[in-house]
Design a protein around this ligand. Structure first.
Ligand SMILES: Nc1nc2c(ncn2[C@@H]2O[C@H](COP(=O)(O)OP(=O)(O)OP(=O)(O)O)[C@@H](O)[C@H]2O)c(=O)[nH]1
Ligand SMILES: [Mg+2]
Length: 445
């Protein structure tokens, strides 16, 4: 078993031992946190980071209320997943050539980091995304560099440019880009030599090549087996050029993968892709959440997280009770709606809540609902605290003032008040203990 899988196995075991039964169990939480710490330290994640992360997990696991209908284990899975995903930074946007043609990508990195393999993988990946791609071999140092590339690319019909006899890398790069440009390609990837072990030389080479090519994006290829040292590489690179994104390779083989990923993410530089094997297809867009999900090995983790989130919204029982007894403010109403909206598209929420009698809303209705929520939020912001808690005091002159402040019409304000009164009446009529959203309120979302 590869070491990388070991981290996952350790995490999975730690979570697996966690009890599903309700009730806060301090010992179980502590044991879980220790298990996670061990796994992350094996994964070479920075010790301080591990400490911060496990403290947060512990605090949340002990303090957060267990939503109704959710097992303690699922709840804790969600917490671990959220905290770990955060460690790896935000989701990078999908690759785009931003209208440039060809979009020139220059790959840099130290010797053996995986540049050439990555050039082929990236080309293959982008070709499958529908781009016309070519690769330039601007490595005049590694013997057989051009052959290495053509072997990988030719069977896939991806053009490669090289000048095996030449010693001028910058010139080859320029010729190559020009040559491939004439072939009407969308993306040109330039593979460079990683001959310098010490960083100054590497940075200098990178700068010269960059000046000559003016690439649209410089991608740094970092070997995932170097663990936390990855941070220094990323930082040095980040300083040398503003452009840039990062590809971390060899995450299939390294116990230090977690270290490399979290270290790079900590620099704020964006990890866009990861290499997860020697094959040309072993290459993925970097998805922090997906990476953690596979590490935790919880099948369909997104569904677990969503289920817990939904239950959390339904949970605020005091609020629900207050609402049912008619004690709820305008602000409560709009906040509840907004809370729900955080969960994703309205239609999806509606189907999850599975309230009988709610028809599918047409797209146009949904759009209107979206607009309405924006207006209502603005209206509420223009109200005084008294008005929010006791909308009964809203007379014509107050309504006029609020409408002006919110930049909406008086009719909009009246509509909100009407909705509120209707909802309040309905809430009073509902004798069920568990909160189910009334139809009318659903419509007004
Ligand atoms: N397991 C695994 N091996 C990889 C991965 N990426 C690259 N390698 C291997 O790493 C070794 C070096 O890869 P290259 O692509 O030649 O590295 P390079 O940066 O171009 O090397 P130089 O041109 O000498 O600087 C090769 O044996 C690759 O097969 C990966 O994601 N996983
Ligand atoms: Mg190479």
């Amino acid at each position: 078993m590869s070491p990388q899988l070991d981290i996952g196995r350790m995490l999975r075991e730690a979570i697996g031992r966690f009890p599903s039964a309700p009730g806060v169990d301090q010992r179980a939480v502590e044991e879980l946190v220790r298990g996670i710490q061990r796994a992350l330290i094996v994964g070479d994640v920075d010790v301080l980071l591990v400490k911060q992360l496990s403290d947060r997990i512990k605090k949340r696991a002990l303090e957060e209320k267990l939503p109704p209908g959710i097992s303690r284990k699922d709840h804790v899975v969600k917490i671990v997943y959220e905290e770990m995903t955060q460690l790896l930074g935000p989701q990078p946007p999908r690759f785009s050539t931003r209208g440039k043609k060809p979009y020139v990508i220059m790959l840099v990195g130290i010797q053996g980091s995986g540049k050439t393999t990555t050039a082929a993988k990236l080309a293959h990946y982008l070709a499958r995304e529908g781009y016309k791609v070519g690769v330039v071999c601007a490595d005049t140092y590694r013997p057989g560099a051009y052959e290495q590339l053509t072997q990988l690319l030719e069977p896939r019909g991806i053009p490669a440019y090289g000048e095996p006899g030449s010693k001028d890398a910058v010139k080859i790069a320029r010729n190559g880009v020009d040559f491939l440009k004439r072939q009407n390609l969308d993306v040109v990837i330039v593979d460079t030599a990683g001959r310098h072990k010490e960083q100054e030389g590497l940075m200098d080479e990178m700068r010269r090549m960059e000046q000559a090519l003016k690439p649209d994006e410089v991608m740094l290829v970092i070997d995932g087996t170097i663990g936390q040292t990855a941070k220094q590489h990323a930082e040095a690179f980040n300083k040398a050029t503003k452009l840039g994104s990062i590809i971390v390779t060899k995450l299939d083989t390294s116990a230090k993968g977690g270290g490399a990923l979290s270290a790079v993410a900590a620099t704020g530089a964006q990890i866009k892709f990861i290499g997860v094997g020697e094959g040309i297809g072993d290459f993925e867009q970097f998805k922090p959440s997906g990476f953690i999900a596979s590490l935790l090995g919880v099948p369909d983790i997104e569904a677990v997280v969503e289920r817990v989130k939904l239950a959390e919204v339904e949970m605020s029982e005091e609020k629900v009770k207050a609402m049912l007894s008619g004690r709820f403010t305008l602000e409560d109403m709009v906040n509840q709606i907004k809370e729900l909206r955080k969960m994703g598209p309205l239609q999806k929420i509606l189907s999850k809540l599975s309230i009988p009698g709610i028809p599918e809303l047409p797209a146009e209705e949904l759009e209107k609902a979206e607009e309405r929520i924006k207006k209502w939020t603005a209206i509420i912001q223009s109200m005084t605290q008294d008005e929010k808690t006791d909308p009964g005091i809203l007379n014509d002159s107050r309504i006029r003032r609020i409408a002006r402040g919110a930049g909406v019409s008086e009719r909009d304000v009246k509509e909100l008040i009407k909705n509120y009164q209707m909802t309040k009446r309905m809430m009073k009529n509902m004798k069920r203990a568990k909160w189910k959203m009334p139809k009318q309120l659903m419509r007004s979302m």
